[in-house]
Write a protein that binds this ligand. Sequence first.
Ligand SMILES: [Zn+2]
Length: 251
Amino acid sequence: MIRARTLPLVLALILAGCVSTTPAHSEIPAPTQKAAVTPVPIPAPTVAAIDLTLHSIDDADSLWVVADKLRPIQPKKYVPSGLRTLDVPHTYEPTLRADAAKAYLKMFRAAKNDKVNLVVQSAYRSYSTQVSVYNGWVASLGRKAADLQSARPGYSEHQIGLSVDIASATAGCTIQACFSRTPEGKWLTKNAWRFGWHLRYPNGKTAVTGYKFEPWHWRYVGVELAAELNLTPKITMEEFFGLPAAPDYAR
Ligand SMILES: [Zn+2]
């Protein structure tokens, strides 16, 4: 008798548990299982379905490290280990950390398969390279405008070895907001998360990230986190991890 009365409740709990703990986008491609029973509407999760303590957000070697204007890379002259050169179309010869390099290759091939031609504009940049890049922007735009589109040395995601700036082989708009409307930009917006890449500086989030919209800048965070981030349009890593907004450097 007890078993008969509690069975529906147990079933309901199991069903609810299955739905809420499995990210909707965790499979590649999306699962096509048929529901055995009429699905019960489950509200969108308000907390992350993945274990947020899985990787550090402070350690520069971590897949999930968050660097922004309030969170300099530790140490500031950090050099990642295991950088790999990517044999793909590029402007500046690209290197990335091994896991990101592998994920980029996978994404590059999938895009090519869809007749979309990704070009690496720039990937890993050392502290000293960032000194030149940042100083170049300051010289042409002034410090205030430069800070909106180029990180100061020791604060750049490119120095971590997990970020890549991607351009179009044919459509122009390199390192410009209009890249989002190119076939490459559109393809990335739709598909990059499947390969573990996250749009780090979304449109309208300058007050959080400190940078203007950068549809070309993709950060490797791994498929698990990228899928989770993809559930919320334009979410930033700061918002996801409950970190303070970082519109500007600490004085
Ligand atoms: Zn970038």
